[in-house]
Write a protein that binds this ligand. Structure first.
Ligand SMILES: [Zn+2]
Length: 442
């Protein structure tokens, strides 16, 4: 399907301007891995140095680094902050080809993974800076000009910290070797954290509501999900498999997965705030009602755009609303979508890209307006509705209100944070702290 430059969006630098990378939209060890996609990132060809590196970030692959950055106990009850930069020895960096591009590296080499990690971070930053309308200033900029993206092979995790994104790799119980440097989902999620830290400055000592911690994970997942739909193969793949019936499709809404069985969380979930009145254990669970609300808002906006463009009828859209969360949804709705999609797959792709870009712009406009101590889900959806007033004149206000109520947001108090004793290990790329550093809680 030829979607033309409009699909790649206003975001994507065009040929002869940016720098080329090969990125896997999904972790390549999964069954439905697909091929890597050629992606252009914004720095001019020739301007990205060894590492890769540019003026905002650099990749290094340390030799002999044993612990992640973070806070560690020091002598006499003190705390030591172990932080960038790494000044020890390094593996050979990825080097550009003669044209200044990085899509020539051999898959399986450390240099391929180094370039892949840079490409994922840079691609994500490019897209969200475009949604924001100006560069994203790192929250650690008073101390560091550049983000250090580094590998800590053997760590079963990835962290966004103060001045760094640290990337592990490990072997699963099944024996699969997982390299987080090849996981676009995970790296985009970490960039999502850096984006909210940049936009929401939290002074030391600020009292935060519990929902802030759920919001933080939810926002990072939204960044990952929206960014991943800039891969043409991902967007077309979602549509080809679902025919546009996104409520019952499960590729879009699976994140941070490291194997087909290890599904960490769902965007298309049915959790409400009523599920958390007794308390919560993991921030990713607490995130689910908010992520679910935004996912459903996104799908509803997609349906509105399909109606506007004559790709589905208003009757189909109304029926979809009525049946949402009904067990018969799939059986009743799928034939309508099969039929409509077959008539104009390209129109569906353009509509999904439009809904994606609307969500990206509206979400980042919402985040930048949030006041840290007031952050809870009700406040976030209120600000999101105000942003909608400004962007569309309130056209999606009804959709926002319906999804807020369906998730019981603002109707229940969240219970206390409960001990982790009964919970499984925290997810593969979790972190703590308030944008200063995230290591230390597991
Ligand atoms: Zn996270």
């Amino acid at each position: 399907m030829d979607l033309g430059p409009k699909f790649q969006g206003r975001h994507m630098p065009t040929e002869h301007r940016g720098t080329r990378f090969l990125l896997f939209p999904q972790l390549p060890s999964l069954e439905q891995q697909g091929e890597p996609e050629t992606v252009w990132v914004s720095p001019l060809a020739g301007s990205v140095g060894p590492g890769p590196s540019d003026d905002r970030m650099y990749v290094i692959d340390p030799i002999g680094k044993e612990q992640p950055y973070g806070y560690y106990p020091g002598p006499n009850g003190t705390t030591v902050h172990y932080k960038p930069p790494w000044n020890g020895p390094l593996l050979e960096p990825a080097l550009p080809d003669e044209g200044g591009h990085f899509d020539h590296l051999e898959f399986g080499s450390p240099q391929f993974e180094q370039a892949h990690a840079y490409g994922c971070v840079r691609f994500t930053v490019d897209i969200w800076e475009d949604y924001l309308g100006h560069p994203i200033e790192w929250h650690f900029e008073p101390e560091y000009d550049q983000l250090e993206i580094l590998f800590l092979r053997g760590m079963d995790n990835a962290y966004a910290g103060y001045g760094s994104v640290e990337i592990g790799s490990y072997t699963t119980k099944k024996g699969d070797f997982v390299q987080f440097g090849l996981s676009f989902d995970v790296l985009a999620h970490e960039v999502g954290h850096l984006i909210t830290y940049s936009l929401i400055h939290i002074p030391d000592g600020t009292e935060l509501q519990d929902e802030y911690f759920g919001f933080r994970e939810s926002a990072a997942d939204m960044v990952s999900m929206i960014t991943s739909l800039h891969f043409e193969t991902a967007l077309i793949g979602v549509l080809e498999a679902s025919h546009g019936n996104l409520y019952t499709y499960n590729r879009l809404n699976r994140f941070g997965e490291v194997s087909d069985l290890d599904q960490l969380r769902l965007a298309s979930n049915q959790k409400t705030m009523a599920d958390f009145t007794k308390g919560w254990v993991r921030e990713h669970q607490l995130a689910q009602p908010l992520t679910g609300a935004f996912f459903d808002i996104w799908v509803d906006i997609f349906h509105e755009i399909l109606v506007e463009r004559g790709l589905i009828t208003r009757e189909v859209e109304v029926l979809s609303d009525q049946l949402e969360w009904n067990p018969d949804y799939h059986d009743v709705m799928q034939p309508f979508f099969d039929d409509a999609y077959a008539k104009n797959p390209q129109g569906f792709a353009m509509a999904l890209a439009a809904a994606r870009d609307h969500m990206g712009t509206a979400l980042i406009s919402t985040w930048r307006r949030l006041v840290p101590q007031r952050i809870n889900y009700l406040e976030i959806l209120s600000v999101f509705a105000q942003v909608d007033e400004q962007i569309t004149g309130g056209r999606y206000g009804h959709i926002i209100a319906v999804n807020k109520d369906r998730r019981r947001i603002g109707q229940y108090e969240v219970g206390p944070k409960l001990p982790k004793s009964s919970s499984k290990k925290e997810d593969k790329h979790s972190h703590n702290g308030l944008g200063t550093d995230e290591h230390g809680e597991e």
